[in-house]
Design a protein around this ligand. Structure first.
Ligand SMILES: NC(=O)c1ccc[n+]([C@@H]2O[C@H](COP(=O)([O-])OP(=O)(O)OC[C@H]3O[C@@H](n4cnc5c(N)ncnc54)[C@H](OP(=O)(O)O)[C@@H]3O)[C@@H](O)[C@H]2O)c1
Length: 360
């Protein structure tokens, strides 16, 4: 058995433009004499999410501290990047009986620092993940599909046949919400940005289970409201999910029924949430924010309960694997410069599509 391995991690020492601030830090992990409750894990895959980027920029409310103790042998206080990712256990301490070598796991909490090749940590910092779902699903289960699940189930008691409405419906959260809603028997009214191949996108979302897909132009059109009313057939929309803000959320909110809840979970347009006063007064609208990270403390069992529910839906084929731009990395051939280059390119390319770094 190998007695030690070289671990590499992407770190930053100060906040700023992510591609300029990240660095690779390497250090040894001794596989012999592990602390009794520790496990050593090797990365299988990690995504680059908007919140990871916002953390390095220093603009995300939850961020790991810049500390000399984040990793061994640091010369300057640093934080390890990445909140989400899938690992496999490669060594365990003498007290560990809930994991075997080869088991898959994900971090139990955020700010774990998942952009790395290996990590040594307490076994209770991880949730075991069954190999009944794919690597890509497991590596990205904790943020996007989990947010969609909580937004659809924690705030309004929706019954089969009820409607919800969402903008940014082509986002990964939006696509997961469409599929989870279908499984729950809910109708979804989905708003997407217009594009040349809009029918292709509409058909794609309908094949996932969307009830109706409309464009932002439809959302902002008074006339189109009549068409939507005819679809609802007397029902009122009880829940709205907003990841865009600006005029998109104004149009979305106007379609909500009495006593509905509007959850804002993203601000992709970078514009404020603008809501007509009348909706609050005459329809008793409740508008609140949603943050899955905050829910870990607000609803203590939420992370585990949500992940178990989402795993079941993935196993049953109710949620299909999202698409990613994948970069494959051979850990045995890595250098510090190579790992850094991979993540810098991932950050640059993340504007074109969701990036997933896969290790082998
Ligand atoms: N609060 C939470 O707990 C939580 C959890 C998960 C995600 N989020 C947030 O949710 C958002 C979506 O995340 P994701 O990973 O699902 O994103 P994603 O898959 O990368 O998709 C981003 C979506 O945003 C849309 N978009 C981008 N700029 C826009 C604009 N100016 N106006 C309207 N739409 C725009 C894109 O529309 P096109 O399809 O037209 O390109 C795309 O569908 C992000 O803001 C993320 O930070 C929040």
């Amino acid at each position: 058995m190998i007695s030690s391995i070289t671990a590499r991690a992407i770190v930053y020492n100060q906040y700023g433009e992510p591609k300029d601030e990240i660095k690779c830090h390497s250090y040894k992990i001794n596989l012999e004499n592990l602390k009794p409750d520790d496990i050593v894990v090797e990365s299988i895959a990690c995504p680059i999410n908007p919140s990871d980027i916002n953390q390095i920029q220093g603009v995300y409310p939850s961020k790991p501290p810049l500390s000399l103790t984040s990793l061994p042998n640091l010369n300057n206080p640093a934080a390890v990047t990445g909140n989400e990712g899938l690992f496999k256990v490669i060594a365990k301490g003498s007290n560990v009986n809930n994991f075997e070598n080869g088991d898959w796991c994900i971090p139990k909490n955020v700010n774990f620092g998942t952009w790395c090749t290996h990590k040594s940590a307490l076994n209770n910092e991880f949730i075991k993940i069954p190999k009944t779902i794919s690597i890509n699903e497991a590596a990205t289960i904790a943020v996007n599909p989990s947010s969609a699940y909580q937004m659809l189930t924690y705030f309004e008691k929706l019954q089969p046949g009820d409607w919800f409405i969402q903008n940014g419906a082509n986002s990964q959260v939006g696509r997961a919400a469409i599929q989870i809603a279908k499984k729950l028997g809910l109708n979804s009214l989905n708003i997407v940005r217009n594009r040349d191949n809009i029918n292709e996108l509409k058909n794609d979302l309908i094949s996932l289970g969307a009830t109706k897909v409309i464009t932002e132009d439809d959302n902002n059109s008074k006339d189109f409201g009549k068409t939507i009313k005819s679809w609802l057939n007397g029902k009122e929309i009880k829940l709205g999910l907003n990841c865009v803000g600006g005029s998109s959320v104004t149009g979305l909110a106007r379609k909500l029924g009495h006593d509905a809840t509007l959850l804002t979970y993203g601000g992709m347009s970078m514009k404020p949430v603008i809501l007509p006063t009348s909706l609050f007064i005459f329809k008793n609208l409740t508008a609140k924010g949603f943050w899955i990270t905050g829910n870990i403390t607000r609803f203590p069992n939420s992370r585990l309960e949500t992940i178990e529910a989402v795993i079941k839906m993935m196993e049953d084929g109710d949620i299909v694997e999202p698409s990613y731009e994948e970069t494959n990395v051979k850990i045995s051939e890595l250098t510090d410069d190579k790992l850094l280059e991979i993540f810098v390119n991932g950050l640059i390319n993340s504007k074109q599509g969701k990036q997933l770094i896969k290790f082998e």
